[in-house]
Design a binder for this molecule. Structure first.
Ligand code: IPE
Ligand code: IPE
Ligand code: MG
Length: 253
């Protein structure tokens, strides 16, 4: 929580002396996009792209960690992705289980803490079980935090925060004077995480698609012209280099 504020107010410490960030981002959020197009380009069904995209995750998370990144948030399934054909939705919601069956032992061994952000109750039982198991097993790890946005939507998250805060006001636990940036952040699904410093979206699309609308207020954006299954460690290096070359001003000079 405290870290979030350090990030947002970093300009007070940095802008006067630094021309660029120069520091590694603490939190990288990634919109892993382009799996369907990757498959289509190869004449394969869309789900083949999702399978291939899943294989990239561990490698990129480990590489982020090697850079000194503390938190990686991955957009895995949005609240809007239910609009896709049932077969594709079913496949996408099998992926967490498939991914964790293979990767969980290694993630745990590498001291990675797995977290989930989203409305998990709406997910199929097998998905809930797989992610709960991973979250519980790794909860004491204090290495990289690997946060999956699963059935996540930024607007829904904000509405839920408003609901929770309103309920507390109704019960007399809070007054409207207590509502500020800090309190609001603490009622979001991302609560104990600092805001992302860097947002990466692959596939060439330049939009947020309802991702972390509150938290990305002062993040640096990097749009990579590569489809997610083709995203390599080299692409991540480049994104981090570009991030380091930027100067974050937070409204200052
Ligand atoms: C991203 O790839 C994965 C999810 C949305 C779950 P897409 O499936 O959106 O791939 P494109 O954008 O159609 O190529
Ligand atoms: C965003 O990608 C969601 C995820 C990567 C999970 P989409 O492919 O769903 O976004 P749009 O439809 O192109 O905006
Ligand atoms: Mg897409």
């Amino acid at each position: 929580m405290f870290e979030r504020f350090i990030n947002q107010n970093a300009w007070t410490l940095k802008t006067e002396e630094a021309e660029t960030n120069a520091t590694t981002p603490s939190h990288i959020a990634i919109i892993m996009d382009g799996n369907g197009r990757w498959a289509k380009n190869k004449g394969l069904p869309r789900v083949a792209g999702h399978r291939e995209g899943m294989k990239v995750i561990h490698k990129i998370a480990e590489h982020a960690k090697a850079h000194g990144v503390g938190y990686v948030t991955l957009y895995a399934f949005s609240t809007e992705n239910w609009k896709r054909p049932k077969g594709e939705v079913d496949f996408l919601l099998r992926l967490p289980e498939r991914f964790l069956n293979v990767e969980l032992p290694k993630l745990h061994e590498n001291n990675v803490q797995v977290r989930i952000m989203g409305t998990t109750e709406e997910l199929p039982k097998h998905t809930i079980q797989a992610v709960r198991k991973a979250v519980e097993k790794t909860s004491q790890n204090d290495g990289l935090v690997l946060n999956f946005a699963l059935n996540y939507g930024g607007r829904f998250e904000i509405i839920e925060a408003v609901r929770k805060i309103s309920a507390k006001v109704e019960k007399g636990e809070l007054t409207t004077d207590h509502i500020n940036d800090y309190l609001f952040s603490e009622h979001l699904m991302s609560h104990s995480l600092p805001d992302p410093d860097l947002l990466i979206r692959t596939s060439g699309e330049i939009r947020l698609s309802n991702f972390m609308l509150w938290q990305l207020a002062y993040s640096e954006f990097y749009f990579a012209d590569v489809l997610w299954p083709d995203f390599t460690k080299g692409h991540l290096d480049e994104a981090i280099e570009v991030y380091k070359s930027r100067k974050r001003r937070y409204g200052g000079v």
